[in-house]
Design a protein. Structure first.
Length: 117
């Protein structure tokens, strides 16, 4: 077991991470893709014309991939929420790791058997 000072330090870190979670804004899973389509220009045969950009948000719902078309403004807002989700996942991962360390150091484990030889 670690000393009480180290355990308190871990608990304070955990509390700071909890406070950071509370300050996060909207969170969203998925990815934003910017697409541009190249097609033959109807006014100038033999030349290509670019259409777009188009923005798409792709995510999973009930195990199926869903794609939603977005405006440029929506894409920026959704991307911010996706970035926030990634920050949240990093914070949660650190909280999980701290939780294990705190619990390992504040609880009594099963006594190990002695080997007989």
């Amino acid at each position: 077991m670690k000393n009480n000072v180290e355990i308190e330090r871990m608990k304070k870190r955990y509390a700071r991470l909890t406070a950071r979670l509370a300050k996060l804004g909207p969170v969203l899973q998925g990815t934003i893709t910017e697409r541009t389509i190249q097609r033959e220009d109807p006014r100038h045969p033999g030349k290509q014309k670019a259409y777009g950009p188009y923005y798409q948000w792709t995510f999973k719902r009930n195990g199926k991939t869903v794609t939603v078309n977005l405006t440029r403004s929506q894409a920026k807002t959704y991307q911010k929420a996706i970035d926030t989700h990634r920050k949240m996942e990093k914070i949660l991962q650190e909280m999980r790791e701290l939780s294990v360390r705190i619990l390992e150091n504040t609880t009594t484990s099963v006594a190990k058997r002695k080997t007989t030889e």
